[in-house]
Design a protein around this ligand. Structure first.
Ligand code: FAD
Length: 499
């Protein structure tokens, strides 16, 4: 340390999931590690804190899940139906969801290392649980999990971040809060540290390697509009307000390669009266993901998408953007009583925009901003649409579809006929952005000639190339953990090997 400035082996920028994995991994490989974080300590953990903790990990059967969740009892397992989620299934999902654009090397690294990384996280104090009520419903006597979504971090993002910071403290890894990185220090040999701002003063942190793990640009209205397009400035932000694209911009400024779907993002249905940024007292409960069992109504009183196209885990990240395109950027999810028991706790929180009525005519009066006459026509047409004679089953794509509507509903298309009817007002909540920095499977940041920039690594949301168009829930934490762990190991090795 000299003249108020700092010096370390590995400097990690950010203090969320990817950053914690990077820091602990670098420490494990013998490096002195320092973390700097833009937020104050009481808002630490970035978007990772806001997560429900879904963790899309490969499991080849019960033994893998049991190893991750050792406290599962035989009695509990007797009520659970668990398929496998193999590497091949994971590849298929990523391929299909990204329209086969995902970087194959990054996807392969993430998928093949997902289970081992989860075990490594467990060794550092992170606990897992079955994702009851998220990707599995109790139908009949048993819970069935589908869509690769059986595993969740115990206690969600809040407990994940608590576990990480307990471990960082135990290993003696310092975190400087309220210290946003401003730019990278570099010369012809590569990156040598970061210029940051701490308590109103500029500070240089010199390091042999820098790992950027400081999120995407979802919280920056100007960058959203510039890259995602008009209207995206009007989206609410589901998580932290600190992910403003700083890490991406400072790397681009020294010649890093931008890659991935820069005009794409993960955005979901979010309570229309939620605050502009995430609120940790509510966490992710402003989300309203049970739309496969509703009909969606916009201001014109019309349906505008296929609510039952697939399990929500494979459509929710796209449908926020569809809501944003509607007049006034809002919509209502309308349910009847037959499916009330399937709705998650998120639909019962206090701060929920909800109306209820005994008839559609009365409900029409309460759907603020909606053309009530057209709404009544839409419900009547939906209820009258022909359906195949198949039973409703929330745990499979049941094929209970409408036929002959301008937009048919492909699954779970029961009639709405059991009052009282209830409706939930939603808008678009952005989760994170898809475009970012190009890295290789060693988490090295690449320049525009696709050569590694010496001393610079990246992990988590600011990495581009993994997600295009869509996303399967639970892969954000996995990608941050896998590449964070790799980045820490590589960054720790770099100083002695190359410099
Ligand atoms: C409501 C919600 C629910 C979600 N649910 C899930 C889920 O269940 N499963 C899942 O896999 N994913 C989920 N996600 C996505 C997930 O949050 C992200 O993919 C993941 O947490 C990203 O981790 P990260 O470490 O890259 O970023 P973050 O956790 O956001 O950490 C980035 C950190 O960098 C800091 N920072 C930003 N700029 C700077 C700077 N210039 N200098 C220093 N520090 C800076 C930020 O303050 C922040 O602490 C959810 C997201 C939200 C918002």
């Amino acid at each position: 340390m000299s003249g108020g400035d700092l010096e370390t082996d590995v400097l990690v920028v950010g203090a969320g999931n990817a950053a914690a994995c990077a820091a602990l991994s670098a420490h494990e490989h013998g490096a002195r590690v320092l973390m700097i974080e833009a937020a104050p300590e009481d808002q630490r953990g970035g978007n990772s804190t806001y997560t429900g903790g879904m963790f899309r990990v490969v499991y080849n059967g019960l033994a893998d899940v049991r190893a991750l969740i050792p406290d599962l009892t035989d009695a509990e397992l007797a009520n659970v139906e668990l398929d496998t989620y193999t590497e091949d299934q994971y590849f298929d999902d990523i391929g299909r969801l990204t329209q086969y654009r995902a970087d194959p090397d990054l996807a392969e690294t993430m998928i093949r290392q997902s289970l081992d990384t989860a075990r490594w996280m467990q060794s550092k104090g992170v606990r897992f649980q079955l994702a009851y009520g998220v990707h599995g419903f109790k139908h009949g006597n048993r819970f069935k999990f589908w869509g690769g979504g059986a595993v969740q971090v115990w206690g969600g993002g809040a407990e994940l971040v608590k576990a990480w910071h307990a471990r960082l403290a135990r290993e003696g890894i310092p975190v400087l809060y309220q210290t946003p990185a401003l730019s990278l220090l570099c010369d012809d040999e590569g990156v040598k540290g970061v210029r940051a701002r701490r308590l109103g003063k500029t500070l240089d942190v010199r390091a042999k390697s820098v790992i950027l793990a400081c999120g995407g640009f979802e919280s920056n209205a100007e960058m959203r509009t510039r890259y995602l397009g008009p209207g995206w400035d009007l989206a609410k932000v589901r998580g932290t307000k600190y992910n403003t694209g700083g890490g991406i911009n400072m790397a681009l400024a020294i010649g890093a390669m931008p890659t991935g779907h820069w005009s794409g993002c993960h955005a979901t249905e979010w309570d229309m009266n939620a605050p502009p940024f995430g609120d940790l007292s509510v966490g992710d409960s402003f989300q309203k993901h049970q739309y496969p069992f509703c009909i969606y109504i916009n201001a014109r009183g019309e349906r505008f998408l296929d609510e039952g196209a697939d399990f929500h885990t494979f459509t929710y990240a796209r449908y926020g953007g569809e809501v944003l395109k509607q007049p006034g950027q809002f919509a209502w999810q309308v349910f009847d009583q037959k499916v009330t028991h399937l709705l998650r706790e998120d639909y019962r929180i206090k701060r929920c925009t909800r109306v209820q009525a005994d008839s559609f005519e009365a409900l029409a009066q309460k759907l603020e901003g909606v053309d009530g006459r057209k709404f009544l026509e839409t419900v009547a047409a939906y209820n009258a649409a022909p359906r195949p004679d198949v039973p409703f089953d929330p745990n499979v794509r049941d094929g209970l579809c409408t036929r002959g509507l301008a937009i048919d509903k492909s699954n779970w298309a029961q009639k709405l006929d059991q009052p009282p009817y209830h409706a939930y007002g939603v808008t678009c909540g952005i989760t994170f952005t898809f475009g970012g920095l190009a890295i290789n499977p060693r988490a090295e940041v690449l320049d525009t000639a696709e050569r590694p920039i010496a001393g610079l690594y990246a992990a988590g949301e600011l990495v581009g190339g993994l997600y295009y168009h869509n996303y399967g829930s639970g892969s954000g934490l996995v990608s941050g953990a896998v590449f964070g762990r790799i980045a820490g190991r590589e960054a720790a090795a770099k100083p002695s090997a190359d410099r």
